[in-house]
Design a protein around this ligand. Structure first.
Ligand code: HEC
Length: 163
């Protein structure tokens, strides 16, 4: 190999390297071009959430502003808690939960407004039926699986289920 060959090789090698560099730059621009602008379709609630996340845990207030804020909080604390009134509507309670099993007779559930319920009513009486609906019976979970239902709501639902 003489000098002539070396030079020719170096020239070609440099050309290849320069070619790759140009390709790299081209790919960088192509990638930038293809990447969507992150701000363009940003969810506006994200910014609010971010603000909330980095909100300070507490605030120090003093002077008149502090006194006013304190009075406001104390008034809120002193205000009587409004008890959430549970709506006692058998139709609604039944339709919201009990129906899933009692319309189709899932796992042997007595069909609502059927002879099956009439028989149970005759045999056990309303009080026992309500008691079992509240506490659960075999495949039926207590309160049909919703512990938030009140006794009154369960009773209303059971009465609604009777033929
Ligand atoms: C997961 C399914 C399921 C849900 C939900 C469900 N039940 Fe039942 N229920 C059953 C089954 C099964 C039985 C029969 C239990 C047995 O006798 O072995 C039954 C039985 C009953 C009985 C008869 C109890 C007795 O003593 O014979 C009443 C009353 C009743 N359910 C009321 C309700 C009410 C009211 C709701 C809604 C709050 C409800 N059920 C939700 C499955 C369910």
């Amino acid at each position: 190999m003489d000098h002539q060959d070396d030079r020719a090789f170096l020239r070609q090698f440099s050309a290849v390297i320069v070619g790759f560099m140009l390709l790299t730059i081209a790919l960088i621009f192509l990638a930038r071009y293809m990447q969507p602008d992150p701000d363009a379709d940003a969810n506006p609630s994200q910014a609010i959430l971010k603000e909330q996340r980095i909100l300070p845990v507490g605030e120090v207030r003093y002077g008149e502003e502090g006194a006013a804020a304190l009075a406001e909080v104390q008034a809120a604390a002193a205000a009587p808690v409004v008890e959430e009134v549970a709506i006692v509507d058998g139709d609604q309670v039944y339709g919201g939960l009990c129906k899933t099993c009692h319309d189709a007779g899932v796992a042997g559930a007595p069909l609502a407004a059927s002879d099956q319920m009439a028989t149970r009513l005759d045999e056990k009486g309303l009080e026992t039926l309500v008691y079992n609906a509240i506490n659960g019976l075999n495949a039926m979970p207590p309160r049909g699986g919703n512990p938030n239902l009140t006794d009154e709501q369960i009773q209303a639902a059971v009465e609604f289920m009777l033929p």
